[in-house]
Design a protein around this ligand. Structure first.
Ligand code: DGJ
Length: 731
């Protein structure tokens, strides 16, 4: 059984294949967090908590004169505010006459088959035939009437525990929630590092590793989207943890809006990690009887380092999250018009690009920005989702038919959440955007943000998007979002509900996506927010692939994709070959290398093939043939980071290994060369130690053990920015 309650020890036990998670009801009814780590036998772990009389650590009233019981140092499952625990709480609420104290005593529990359904937001699902159970523990504060339901779905075989929290107001007065975390994870020690993924537009998800130290280190977003700056994923790990060794705990939030992950080392050297909706600017009114649902948090533990942790996340995100039929289907190789033409095109130019794309062996042509309203630049027409016949000199139907006649599928770009001031929509509904009264709106890329907290605005977008999808035969949609949200004020909400806007915006976005997908279930949706500004599991639920970054420079992409790979599988990261000099960095890299790097993702092109030489076109044809031949290995193989691009400045290498370990692809890109250079080696991973492998194009065969312990020489004839792909097959 994945979930048990031991009534003798008052312990809740969650078990996955390799991990155990234990909580215990304290003698006064609080829920203590006892253990999360390597799977252990069913035993009493009470001894782990050592009570002591500690100065300035208050005692709850029910502890009477017992000065050794204080929530200030006890490891808790969900910490309530003003209860004598001075660490950052899991929940903060105001009710009645301004009271803020809250206590959460265990009031009951149930164990249900199946996965928890997260109301209004995406969450992991159990697949048919998969074992899994959900534990719901009810905490109650009898004075305020707040009831906190903690839920834990155990994906036993996948080694994952998905947590979520629901708060219900069972009292008689309105309560205002000011902070509700989806997860609190207390550790009794803090000799750990925190790994997180931060960056900026064009340089997303850089890997940062810092020691946990006194005070609070927090990462998060207040931009209305999960953001380019920080990803809603973090890892707590032992000091000795590396790719292949050591303990690590992953926390991933299934949420696309403002989030917070905070790590606090307390006065006693213990660690608390909280994750959930960012409380900055957030508040939510709960009328009596109403319930607030917090987003899901996906937890995983590995005792064998980051690689295994990544494999756990890759598998669950690939198999239990995305609900599109493309979850299992090979993704089409696409050519996108953005870097090929930007806004400068008409129908004929698009058709000539598409014709060459078809000749290369591409499957899908994507018409990016600039096809609608009066959009010839990025300063107009968002919101007017009508085709620009004047510019295209034909309609989308005709264009898409002509493209289909070339043997290609057709995809289109949209940015539904935005409005340009220079648009019909804005002229008709100036109040539909997020803006404070009496103040001119903050612009980003000349555009304003539609108020998705409003149902009427959402319904307009749904209708507009359904309209776009009915304009022709459209198999793919790139759903973009190109600015951070500044104002969070909605014309339809009361003064005391304005703190709900950014969360309601995200709920509105999920509603819109749900409705559009319901009507067009077979369309492949690609997420985008100026590249990777909303690269999170919740978007992956709707959009199985996301444009990883607006930066197509192959060398920068090595770091971006390296960081992204810690949580997200190759099948989620759209990556394109573009021209050189690269439009973002001016760097010149070989076409072969650009192909190798783009194959570390969902492969495609973003260039004008009519401007390519015959030789270059032939090279692209080879790339597409190679990608299609090894698609399953690339997209579904176990992924190994062989080097750390932040430490190894000479080359970056990674590897995919098929599930049966019979086939592997090793990719190497040279990032720096010196004269009379040292011979460098790369150690392979994931092979069967006592089986032999042949490397295509190389002589001889070598044992997995040798290849993994001595490695292979990095071919010495590779010059700076050159790359190579090596196929290994079990002999
Ligand atoms: C930002 C995206 O990331 C680009 O790929 C492109 O679609 C532009 N928007 C179009 O405006």
């Amino acid at each position: 059984m994945a979930v048990r309650y031991n009534a003798d020890t008052k312990t809740f036990i969650l078990e996955t294949k390799n991990s155990s998670y234990l909580m215990k009801v304290s003698r006064y009814g609080n829920l203590l967090h006892m253990y999360y780590g390597d799977r252990i036998p069913d035993e009493d772990v009470d001894y782990l908590v050592v009570l002591a009389d500690r100065g300035f650590s208050p005692n709850p009233n029910e502890a009477g004169n017992d000065r050794t019981f204080s929530l200030d140092f006890l490891p808790q499952e969900f910490s309530t505010s003003r209860s004598g625990d001075y660490r950052s709480p899991s929940i903060e609420a105001v009710w009645g006459r301004g009271e803020v104290s809250c206590s959460g005593k265990v009031a009951g529990y149930e164990i249900c088959p199946g996965a928890e359904k997260i109301e209004g937001m995406p969450g992991l699902r159990l697949m048919p035939g998969e074992k899994g159970e959900t534990l719901i523990i009810r905490l109650e504060d009898t004075v305020s009437g707040l009831e906190i339901s903690l839920s834990y779905t155990v994906f036993e075989e996948k080694d994952v525990i998905a947590r979520s929290v629901r708060v219900t107001n069972r009292g008689e007065e309105t309560a205002r929630l000011e902070k509700v975390m989806s997860v609190t994870l207390d550790f009794m020690e803090s000799d750990f590092d925190l790994v997180y993924f931060s960056g900026r537009h064009l340089m997303e998800r850089g890997v940062r590793r810092i020691p946990v130290s006194d005070g609070i280190h927090s990462i998060g977003s207040s931009r209305g989207a999960s953001s380019h700056q920080y990803n809603p994923f973090a890892i707590v790990c032992g000091k000795d943890c590396g790719e292949d060794n050591g303990q690590c705990w992953g926390i991933s939030l299934v949420y696309s809006g403002c989030f917070l992950i905070e790590a606090e080392k307390d006065q006693f050297g213990q660690l608390r990690v909280n994750g959930g909706i960012n409380p900055q600017g957030f508040s939510f009114l709960l009328e009596p009887g109403e319930t607030f649902q917090a987003p899901q948090a996906v937890l995983a533990w590995s005792g064998r380092g980051f690689t295994e942790l990544s494999h756990i996340y890759h598998r669950i995100f690939r198999e239990n999250l995305c609900r599109s039929p493309y979850r299992k289907k090979p993704r089409p190789v696409l050519l996108n018009s953005w870097e090929a033409a930007y806004f400068d095109f008409d129908g004929e130019k698009i058709l000539s690009i598409a014709k060459e794309a078809a000749d290369l062996g591409v499957d899908l042509f994507v018409l990016d920005d600039g096809w609608f309203g009066c959009r010839n630049n990025d300063d107009a027409a968002l919101g007017d989702w009508t085709e620009n016949r004047e510019k295209l000199k034909m309609g989308i139907r005709e264009l898409s038919e002509k493209i289909h006649d070339m043997g290609l599928q057709f995809g289109i770009w949209v940015e539904p959440e935005m409005v340009s001031e220079e648009s019909e929509l804005y002229r008709r509904h100036p109040d539909w955007c997020l803006r404070e009264p009496g103040r001119p709106a903050v612009r980003g890329r000349y555009q304003l943000v539609l108020d998705l907290s409003r149902r009427d605005v959402c319904d307009y977008i749904i209708e507009a998007m359904n309209g776009v999808l009915d304009m022709g035969k459209i198999e793919y949609v790139k759903w973009d979002m190109n600015r951070s949200i500044a104002e969070a004020w909605s014309a339809l909400l009361d003064r005391n509900r304005q703190g709900e806007v950014l969360h309601r915006y995200i709920l509105g976005l999920y509603y819109v996506m749900d409705q559009v997908i319901l009507k067009h279930p077979d369309v492949l949706f690609c997420g985008c927010a100026g590249g990777g500004g909303r690269f999170d599991p919740a978007m992956l639920y709707y959009q199985p692939q996301i444009w990883c970054s607006d930066n197509t420079d192959a060398v920068n992409r090595l770091k971006i994709q390296y960081g992204t790979s810690f949580a997200y599988p190759v099948s989620t990261m759209e990556a394109h070959v573009s021209v050189c000099p690269n439009h973002q960095t001016g760097r010149i890299t070989p076409l072969n290398t650009r192909g190798i790097v783009a194959m570390d993702g969902v492969f495609g092109y973003e260039l004008d093939p009519t401007r390519m030489t015959e030789e270059e076109k032939e090279e692209c044809r080879d790339q597409i043939r190679f990608y299609k031949k090894y698609y399953r290995l690339i997209a579904e193989g176990d992924y190994y980071r062989l080097t750390n691009p932040y430490e190894n400045r000479y080359f970056t290498a990674w590897q995919q290994v098929s599930q049966d370990r019979k086939k592997s692809l090793v990719s190497i890109v040279i990032t720096d060369r010196e004269g009379n250079d040292a011979q460098r080696y790369v150690k392979l991973k994931g092979l069967e130690a006592d089986r032999f492998y042949r490397i295509e194009g190389w002589k001889g065969k070598y044992s997995g053990k040798l290849l993994m312990s001595a490695g292979i020489p990095v071919p010495a004839d590779l010059t700076e920015y050159a790359g190579i792909q090596l196929i290994l097959k079990m002999a």
